[in-house]
Design a protein around this ligand. Structure first.
Ligand SMILES: NC(=O)c1ccc[n+]([C@@H]2O[C@H](COP(=O)([O-])OP(=O)(O)OC[C@H]3O[C@@H](n4cnc5c(N)ncnc54)[C@H](O)[C@@H]3O)[C@@H](O)[C@H]2O)c1
Length: 384
């Protein structure tokens, strides 16, 4: 399949590019260096050094024989994007090219406007490029479970059947995002649903939970092919941060009561889910939504698991409750459905002790690169 991968240098993007090219797909990645620049500006670079995208692609090709084509540019630049669609003629496009960090989106006006503009304009551009070049091209967009918030009823996959005054209707599941970043994901989902109905484009929205993991089968070939791995308060995701804190001897930073429960998945499962969506495309005019995660944990559950896994490796892992910088329910009902990808054949990896210990040992190899000042949260949701 000819697959255009937008945001192909990121934590998930580069791993996906290698994985799909290894499956025999023809992959072109688009990247604008936003994430790397933001990490430089905020002085929070990833734990492992990462060669630039051209060098990664060359290393991958030399080691594996599989090619990933690189195009440097911005998905918000419509002439650039349309030109790539015209030249490459993708059968499917995977849209990762968004600003993905909730704390970044809540930092201030500049970051808020960037997040809104980048995430919505890039999505609108992809939709228009699909319409201008090939309406049949399947658009797979990464969404987030965070669009739903934490309602006091079960979370369905994208849609809710409602009975109102004796009549029934199926509507998009109500959204209650908890950060501006999550709001843009709710908005771009609405935009995709709109164009599915109006123009008949075919879309899969993958509402993904927080991802953890350092290695994939492809990245194991060469350390320099590892995913970008942030552990700071802005771009790091919770479990990845806990692993680094455990190795550095920093108490695990549980925000508030720690009852915040979410659906988590291994980075390998992200690759499998995206592949399943690509191989089983949505129908023309269909806005298909999958909830993409393997299992749910509270923040306290995660902290205890890391503590337990660390103990056997001789790490004395402490857990500390700190004031929650976000505004979110710290104890709540959480029952999301996630049967769609399982029914397509997903075989998830579960977060067991060997997986945790493998990740802890990998982080420990770079122990001396860990910067303790990147751990505590700097961005607060509350108006002071
Ligand atoms: N990592 C997670 O836990 C997680 C969870 C849920 C959803 N997601 C979603 O998955 C996608 C990928 O996430 P990630 O963790 O790999 O983030 P990432 O920041 O590592 O990757 C996104 C990449 O896209 C690039 N990019 C952003 N805007 C662009 C633009 N306009 N043009 C070209 N490139 C652009 C960034 O520079 C970055 O390299 C995002 O949409 C994110 O919201 C991630």
């Amino acid at each position: 399949m000819r697959i255009l991968l937008l945001g192909g240098d990121g934590y998930l993007g580069w791993a996906t590019a290698m994985y799909l090219s290894h499956q025999g797909d023809e992959v072109t990645v688009v990247y604008n260096y936003f994430r790397r620049r933001a990490c430089l500006e905020l002085d929070c670079e990833p734990l492992f050094p990462v060669p630039n995208l051209h060098r990664r692609a060359a290393l991958w090709e030399a080691g594996s024989g599989f090619k990933v084509k690189v195009q440097i540019g911005d998905a918000c630049d419509y002439p650039f994007l349309q030109d790539i669609f015209r030249r490459f003629q993708p059968e499917a496009v995977v849209h990762y090219a968004e600003q993905p960090a909730a704390p970044y989106s809540m930092m201030g006006h500049k970051e808020a406007i960037f997040t809104l503009t980048n995430n919505l304009v890039s999505t609108a551009n992809v939709i228009h490029a699909v319409k201008a070049t090939n309406l049949d091209c399947h658009l797979v967009k990464l969404g987030t479970m965070g669009v739903y918030g934490t309602p006091n009823i079960d979370i369905e996959e994208g849609y809710l059947e409602v009975e109102h005054k004796g009549r029934k209707h199926t509507c998009l599941y109500p959204k209650a995002p908890g950060s501006l970043y999550h709001l843009t994901k709710a908005q771009d989902g609405d935009m995709l649903y709109f164009y599915c109905r109006i123009w008949g484009i075919r879309v899969t929205d993958l509402n993904q939970g927080p991802v953890y993991g350092i290695d994939t089968d492809e990245s194991r070939q060469d350390d320099r092919l590892a995913p970008i791995f942030n552990y700071d308060d802005i771009f790091g995701t919770v479990l990845n941060r806990f692993l680094v804190q455990a190795v550095a001897g920093i108490p695990l930073t549980v925000y508030g009561q720690g009852g915040q429960t979410r659906g988590y998945l291994n980075i390998r499962d992200t690759l499998a889910c995206v592949e399943l969506a690509l191989r089983h495309p949505a129908n023309p005019g269909q806005y298909r939504v999958f909830n993409q995660f393997a299992e749910t944990f509270s923040v306290n559950d995660l902290a205890k698991k890391v503590q337990d896994a660390g103990r056997d490796l001789g790490l004395e892992v402490r857990i500390q409750t700190i004031p929650n910088p976000r505004q979110e329910a710290e104890q709540h009902y959480y029952q999301p459905v996630h049967t769609g990808l399982l029914s397509l054949g997903l075989e998830p990896h579960y977060l067991d002790k060997p997986i945790l210990q493998e990740m802890l040992l990998k982080v420990a190899q770079s122990r001396e690169r860990i910067r303790r000042e990147l751990i505590m949260p700097r961005v607060h949701w509350e108006v002071k």
